[in-house]
Design a protein around this ligand. Structure first.
Ligand SMILES: [Zn+2]
Length: 438
């Protein structure tokens, strides 16, 4: 059992100063004031069982003093393409269609081992900057599964399918890996987008997700070009098109949702869709600003994602939180449009639900221990007046001193516990050379 004390705990619902946590296995068994921390011999009252602290299974094996660190639920990156780290810096300052023209021919050269190397590099950056879970849509997903299981991070994986064969590949991954790694891995069905798949593929993705009782992850209405193209091709918007095929009858994780009509918003809201808002990627590709306030009012669940490193260029969710909040405030002239608490919720609890993880995203008894500590001595966090606001507006990924997923420490004070960072960097460099990127 791990004990963490001397922290300011933001549970996702409230701030508890001078707090403490007790973690047993994958779960939080105590989260509250340090003064109320159970003492040895006291009952932990978990699940109706008689669990005595200090008893056989409930000995404290590690005690961490936070030194006043801010403790937050781990950040959830609800939409990315991990191995695109190789394309970081390639094709900047282009529109989405020009960018795809440059990026896709390089992606086509990626082998399974390259995807593994790239995903390891992406996970290394995510772990060090406070991400505890991510939704990855790419290909050679068996390589992504390997890297997720090996590093201890939590992930939802899908292939960016554009054919029935692509959709089919999810069946084996789902059967073999959904729920693997003590529940760290979820498998949804991935569909790349309206403009990359025909009607039969869309219908097959819906049928497959229904049979597997799992969710669907897809790109929707990222650019005006896409929406106008869809109207030209099909006589309706991408949202209306996907509704026709029953996509939203499944749990849906929809990336981007930038160009939406009021009818689109009503459809997504009524279906309780999870939108993965990717503000930095949307701005970098000059795609526009998602109408979050309207979407939220209609019942759409807002999560946050970085998108791939090629269109971001970072996988640091602190940057994403700040951009998401400022973009809504500035464009709507409303300082409350996306306040700090709402932004943290999008990057934690809603993200975890979007990826299909229960009991994850809050730091409360009975929830999975996915959490991060932020250095209180970091100059950009000083003097630490309002921890929730500091997390969104002041913090940066490099302030993270500890990353824990499912009760296991993956990163602590600059040290990776589950990967060899020099090896990961060397292999990534080798791959980048093979691809003639560097
Ligand atoms: Zn994407």
């Amino acid at each position: 059992m791990i004990k963490i004390t001397d922290i300011n705990l933001y549970t996702g619902e409230e701030l508890i100063r001078d707090a403490a946590l007790l973690i047993s296995g994958t779960d939080i068994v105590y989260a509250g004031k340090k003064e109320n921390l159970p003492h040895e011999g006291e009952n932990l009252f978990l699940g109706g069982e008689n669990l005595l602290l200090g008893g056989e299974d409930y000995k404290i094996t590690r005690s961490i003093k936070g030194g006043g660190a801010l403790c937050l639920p781990g950040l959830v990156n609800a939409h990315t393409h991990g191995a695109m780290v190789f394309l970081r810096g390639v094709a900047s300052d282009r529109t989405l269609s020009d960018w795809l023209e440059k990026v896709v021919p390089i992606e086509e050269k990626f082998t399974r081992s390259m995807i593994y190397d790239g995903t390891m590099l992406a996970i290394a950056q995510m772990i060090a900057t406070g991400t505890t879970a991510f939704a990855d849509m790419y290909y050679h997903m068996d390589a992504v599964i390997d890297s997720v299981l090996e590093t201890g991070i939590r992930a939802n994986i899908t292939r960016g399918s554009s054919s029935e064969e692509g959709v089919d590949s999810h069946k084996g991954w789902f059967a073999d890996w959904d729920g693997a790694g003590e529940g760290r891995l979820r498998v949804f069905v991935g569909l790349h987008a309206e403009y990359t798949s025909d009607e039969k593929t869309v219908a097959y993705a819906v049928e497959t997700a229904g049979k597997l009782s799992t969710g669907i992850h897809l790109h929707i209405s990222e650019s005006l070009f896409e929406v106008e193209g869809c109207i030209g091709r099909r006589g309706c918007s991408p949202v209306e098109y996907f509704k026709k095929y029953g996509i939203f009858n499944n749990h849906t994780l929809a990336a981007h949702c930038v160009h939406l009509s009021d009818n689109d918003i009503a459809i997504l809201g009524e279906a309780g869709v999870y939108a993965a808002h990717c503000p930095v990627s949307n701005m970098k590709l000059a795609n526009g600003i998602a109408p979050l306030r309207k979407m939220e009012a209609a019942g759409v669940n807002i999560a946050l994602g970085t998108d791939g490193a090629s269109s971001n260029n970072s996988l640091d969710m602190f940057r994403e939180m700040k951009a998401a909040s400022l973009l809504q405030k500035g464009s709507l002239g409303d300082p409350k449009a996306m306040d700090a608490e709402k932004t943290i919720k999008a990057a934690t609890l809603t993200g975890a639900k979007a990826l299909g993880f229960d009991k994850t995203g809050l730091l409360k008894k009975g929830y999975r221990a996915d959490l991060i500590l932020i250095d209180p001595d970091s100059l950009n966090m000083f003097p630490g007046v309002d921890p929730a606001a500091d997390a969104v507006y002041s913090a940066q990924g490099s302030d993270v001193t500890l990353n824990m997923v499912n009760g296991k420490i993956l990163y602590e004070k600059g040290e990776y516990k589950t990967l060899d960072i020099e090896k990961v960097k060397a292999q990534a460099l080798q791959t980048a050379k093979e691809l003639n990127i560097v």
